[in-house]
Each structure stands twice: as structure tokens, then as C-alpha cells.
Write a protein that binds this ligand. Structure first.
Ligand SMILES: Cc1ncc(COP(=O)(O)O)c(C=O)c1O
Length: 495
């Protein structure tokens, strides 16, 4: 359960033609809602493992879905949810074993003293509650966040999401939020090229320490520092060694708490550890989890220390969340954590991650448009550039690749980062060696075609220049090509 045949019956009950679905969506769903491949959207009607299927039965290899963590429609997860739904679904003001067992398993994966859970329905809710806990515990207001960060769609977390508020139509940054540079050693403020011998962890931690000092000088300190342990929207960023240790020290000195947003990168995705913050040898004060925890079902949690939880309790204002921690969500989360163990998915992420990094590193040797390859486990970023020496982001190339991967190869990847030029891979954790090879073959074809195309365009430019007496450089031609690619629709830009 579910059998492919059962799924197909259910999928067949999708009666509308694709164009009718599009028409109804355009009419009744807010246009601000993101749609992948807007000019030719996918109508996905079923999923299994690492594959998704459209209404015509075409199979797509899903390289981007870190929500379907243990695989789309994993039988054990589906069974656990269906059984609990058929038994009882109520709120957590009643005792229930699935709730306490979920908290026990979740906290058993965390270092001491992270032992108390609050259950929520999404990553946004988790981060919102984390801010409340921190502000209550510290009696302070100010929050430090990282440039390009995304922490959710609620008002409170939009305020700490430069990824959103820095967009042209975004809301202004509020005074009590402070933005520190994203610790991106390839394309950020301090790069390994610019500072080959420097301690980049120290360099990037300094702006956070400076904010803390300024806040202390004002007599205010900070309530919290929040960061994804590996920044996803920033373009699959691995902070330099020692970064979080130094940042945490500075924030604690300023009286603040440190929040790790593990909404995308938790539950074994990084391979070497269950949580990505562990790779930096730090213990956060608050950890937020969601997405993969429910494998497609909305469930999340905030995990913190007894002292922080007790201070929240001491306010006398009870915390209640109608669906947070309901038995169905907890049964599903318990099943997800069981499957990760039973199927060795963390180990699979490590093995496959190493393979992907090695093979993508090989592609970097062969193709100049690959500027950087980075990642941990099944969280990989491939940065495309138009000039490798100068590390010039190639947004158009990334968009083109994302589109071609879907259209020609039926492989779903996404792009992200400040310049939208980083191809992101964060597939379901059941991704296999064969899947990795399928991706690599398709990706190689795209890079090869892109390179040929660029060379061809450059030749045409030189010929034109000779004819017209105009100095048309290859760079100009590529810029024109970029404009061609810049269609109105935003391709996959997923979080
Ligand atoms: C790092 C991070 N934090 C928080 C969120 C918000 O989670 P949700 O969409 O479940 O509210 C997201 C969503 O993409 C995310 O990527």
C-alpha cells in the first residue's frame, strides 16, 4: 500500500484536462502563488520513491524534493498515517503515545540539553515560535539573520528573510532585524580566491560579532541569531569551518540565543550527521524542523532546552496549536524516522553525496561553465558561471539547464542563489546510484550543448564583427543570448 495500480486508479480520477486545470488555477488561485515551469507547468498526479508522474504517465526523476524525504508515498509512512487517521485524530490536549514517542525519538537525535519539543505544522510556524521563545527568554527584541536567508512566509519570519524582503516589491527591513553577510566562500563578500590563506570562518563571523557589539553598546543586546545550518536559498552554501562556533560565542556574549533552522537540511540529509549543525560542532539553543519530518504531511517541531521551555511556561500563557502534535502527524513523523533508520538512508545520503560530488567535480574539469561544486550528502550545489576566473554568475545558463533537464531528460532540478545560477540537488533520500548516473548523463548533455552553443554564438559574433566593422565580443553575444533566455516566467526557484 499504495500499489502502483491503486495509485493509477486514484490518479485517473483527475478528470480535468491539463488546460482546464490551468484555466481554473489561473481563475481561482492567487497569481502570487509560485508555479514551477510557468510557461509549461507540470501536472503531477502521482509519486513513488524518487519518481513523479504526470497525467500522461511520463516519469520524472525528482532531484529537488527534500520534502518527500524517504521517497514519495513511502508505504510505511502512508500506512502509519492512514491507520492513525482511521483510529483517532485529535489535538494534543489529550494524552497520546505517538506524541510522546515522537518527542522522545526526535530529542534522542539531538545533543543535550535539547530535550523539550513543541509541535507545529510547518517550518514557518516553527521559526515563528522559535523567535517567540528567544524573545521571551532573553527579554530582547533584535534578531540577526543572514543575507539571502529564507525562514518562512509568516509576517514574523518574512521580517528575517532577506531573500524575500530584499526583492524589488518586498517590504522594508525592520529596525530590530540585522543582516549579516551570507558565509559564501565562493561568491560572497570574502572568497577563497580573494583571501586564499585567510580564516574565512573568522572573517565571516566578524560582522555578526560587530552587530552584537553595537547592540551591547546601545544597551540592547540581541534576542537571537537564526541561520540555516547550510543555506539553501543562498545557493547551497557550506559555511567555512569554525564559522558557527565563533558566531554562537558572539551571540551568547550579547545575551542572545542561537536558532538552527534545519527545515531543509535535517534528518540525515547531510550524510555524515543527522543534523547539519553538527557538522560545525555547535549546539544551538533552539532547533526548528519541518518539511522532511512529515514526508509530504504538514508537521514540524521546535526543540529546545528545559530552561527556555520553562521560561515560556512561566509567562502563564499556554501554548496551543490545534493541529501541531496531533496523533496523525506524529504517527507519520515516527514512521519517517523509523524508515530513515531501517533503510539506512543517512548512510545512503553520504555514499551518494560523495559520488555526486566526485562526478560533478569531474564535470567541472571538463566544462568551463561549471564554476563550483559543493555540498554535503544529498544537498549539492553546482554553480554555473560565464567566466570561471572572474566567477561571473551565469543565470541564463542555469535557467536553460533547468528547463532542458525537464523537457529533454525528464529530470527535475532547480536553481537558486542570489543570482539564481546554482543548480540545486536535494532529492528524496532513496536516490540510487542509477538515479545519480541518470542525472549525470543528462546534466553532461546539457553542459555539452551549452558549451557548443556558446562557441557557435561566439563564432557568429566574430564573423558579424568582421562584416560590420563592429567589435562584437563573444561576451556581447552571450549577453544577447542571456536576454533571449530571460523569459517572463520564472522557472523553478524552489525553497
Ligand atoms: C529554510 C527554511 N525555513 C523555513 C521554511 C518555511 O517552511 P514552510 O514552507 O513549511 O512554512 C522554508 C520553506 O521553504 C525553508 O526553506
Amino acid at each position: 500500500m499504495p500499489l502502483a495500480s491503486e495509485q493509477m486508479q486514484s490518479a485517473a480520477s483527475q478528470q480535468l484536462s491539463k488546460s482546464e486545470t490551468i484555466k481554473l488555477r489561473n481563475k481561482h488561485i492567487g497569481q502570487a502563488c509560485q508555479l514551477f515551469y510557468r510557461s509549461d507547468p507540470l501536472k503531477i498526479v502521482r509519486g513513488q520513491g524518487q519518481y513523479m508522474f504526470d497525467e500522461e504517465g511520463t516519469r520524472y526523476l525528482d532531484c529537488i524534493n527534500n520534502v518527500a524525504h524517504v521517497g514519495h508515498c513511502h508505504p510505511e509512512v502512508v500506512r502509519a498515517g492512514a491507520l492513525q487517521m482511521a483510529t483517532i485524530s485529535t489535538n494534543n490536549r489529550f494524552l497520546h503515545d505517538e506524541l510522546v514517542q515522537c518527542a522522545q525519538t526526535l530529542t534522542s537525535k539531538m545533543p543535550a540539553p535539547l530535550s523539550v519539543c513543541f509541535f507545529v505544522n510547518s517550518g514557518s510556524e516553527a521559526n515563528d515560535l522559535a523567535l517567540r521563545l528567544a524573545r521571551n527568554y532573553t527579554k530582547r527584541q533584535d534578531v540577526i539573520t543572514l543575507d539571502h536567508a529564507y525562514h518562512g512566509h509568516l509576517q514574523s519570519v518574512m521580517e528575517i528573510s532577506p531573500y524575500k524582503f530584499n526583492q524589488p516589491g518586498g517590504e522594508q527591513k525592520v529596525d530590530y532585524v540585522h543582516v549579516a553577510p551570507c558565509p559564501d566562500s565562493y561568491g560572497g563578500q570574502y572568497t577563497d580566491k580573494q583571501f586564499p590563506d585567510a580564516d574565512l570562518g573568522l572573517l565571516y563571523a566578524q560582522p555578526v560579532a560587530d552587530i552584537c557589539e553595537r547592540q551591547l553598546a546601545k544597551g540592547q543586546g540581541v534576542a537571537a541569531f537564526i541561520a540555516e545550518s547550510l543555506q539553501s536559498c543562498g545557493g547551497q552554501i557550506l559555511p567555512p569551518a569554525g564559522y558557527f562556533q565563533r558566531v554562537y560565542e558572539a551571540v551568547h556574549r550579547a545575551g542572545g540565543l542561537c536558532i538552527a533552522d534545519e527545515v531543509q537540511v535535517g534528518f540525515g540529509r547531510v550524510g555524515s550527521h543527522y543534523w547539519a549543525f553538527e557538522t560545525q560542532h555547535v549546539v544551538p539553543d533552539i532547533v526548528c524542523v519541518a518539511k522532511p519530518m512529515g514526508n509530504g504531511h504538514p508537521v514540524g517541531a521546535v526543540v529546545t532546552t528545559p530552561a527556555i521551555a520553562q521560561a515560556f511556561h512561566a509567562t502563564g500563557v499556554a501554548y496551543f496549536n490545534t493541529y501541531g502534535g496531533n496523533p496523525v502527524s506524529c504517527a507519520i513523523a515516527n514512521a519517517v524516522m523509523r524508515v530513515i533508520e531501517q533503510e539506512g538512508l543517512q548512510q545512503n545520503a553520504q555514499r551518494l553525496g560523495e559520488y555526486l560530488l566526485r562526478e560533478c567535480g569531474q564535470l567541472k574539469q571538463e566544462f568551463d561553465c561549471v564554476g563550483d561544486v559543493r555540498g554535503l550528502g544529498l544537498f549539492v550545489g553546482i554553480e554555473l558561471v560565464s567566466d570561471r576566473d572572474e566567477r561571473v554568475p551565469d543565470t541564463a545558463a542555469a535557467r536553460w539547464v533547468v528547463n532542458r533537464m525537464k523537457q529533454l531528460h525528464q529530470v527535475l532540478v532547480s536553481s537558486d542563489g542570489p543570482n539564481d545560477n546554482v543548480i540545486k540537488l536535494k532529492p528524496p533520500m532513496c536516490f540510487s546510484l542509477e538515479n545519480a548516473d541518470e542525472f549525470l548523463l543528462a546534466f553532461r548533455e546539457c553542459l555539452a550543448t551549452l558549451t557548443c552553443d556558446h562557441l557557435q554564438q561566439a563564432r557568429v559574433a566574430v564573423a558579424d564583427a568582421a562584416t560590420n566593422g563592429v567589435i562584437a565580443t563573444a561576451a556581447d553575444t552571450l549577453a544577447n543570448k542571456t536576454k533571449l533566455f530571460e523569459r517572463q516566467d520564472r522557472l523553478i526557484k524552489s525553497v
